[in-house]
Design a protein around this ligand. Structure first.
Ligand SMILES: [Zn+2]
Length: 194
């Protein structure tokens, strides 16, 4: 496993659950790093219990249904645990899924520009198929009303393709033909991180 990917997967988990404690995150990470999560099917995972983390059962089953996660430990802890609680078995599954997603292949093209005004347009029929993310940094704010930016656009899709795009940078309009080539999902994340 790559450290960089693990860090990103943890970062996503923290973003999704900002109120959870550091120990909650740490326990989820221990479960994930020990390889206790196995995918059973698309919406079901089996998580091996760890006695060191207070588990009483050898395995737990985590399910994703109607936009929510459910864990078998909800039924096995004297009914005291609230069903709305996100246990660390679930958190470990989320980490596992985050990691798998970041580790997957995507097809991407990168554009770097420096302008005051900028705009990237992709054909509307590609919306939903092609995604565009950008990262913006102010590099010159001498003119406070018109600061100059460094902009990185990442255009990506789940399959290789060629995308026609229109790039506008300070009145300069360019028609581009972007060839999306294979990379990994986490590279896209790293490129567009602030
Ligand atoms: Zn649980």
């Amino acid at each position: 496993m790559s450290r960089e990917l693990i860090d990103l997967a943890v970062e996503r988990l923290r973003e999704d659950f900002p109120n959870k404690s550091r120990s909650w995150v740490r326990r989820a990470l221990v479960r994930f790093m020990k390889g206790t999560v196995r995918e059973f099917n698309e919406n079901t995972w089996v998580v091996k219990g760890l006695t060191g983390l207070g588990d009483k059962y050898p395995t737990y089953v985590v399910r994703f249904k109607d936009g929510r996660y459910y864990c078998s430990c909800f039924e096995s802890s004297w009914g005291l645990r609230r069903k709305s609680e996100i246990c660390t078995h679930i958190a470990a599954v989320i980490l596992y899924r985050n990691y798998r997603k970041l580790d997957s292949d995507v097809y991407a093209s990168v554009i770097n520009i420096e302008c005051v005004d900028y705009y990237l347009e992709i054909p509307s029929e590609l919306k939903g198929k092609v995604r565009v993310v950008k990262s913006i940094r102010v590099i010159d704010s001498t003119d406070k009303l018109n600061p100059r930016h460094r902009v990185t656009y990442v255009i990506y899709a789940s399959e290789p393709m060629e995308v026609r795009a229109k790039l506008v940078c300070d009145g300069d309009v360019r028609e581009l033909s972007l060839k999306l080539s294979r990379t990994r999902r986490y590279i896209v994340e790293l490129l567009t991180r602030d």
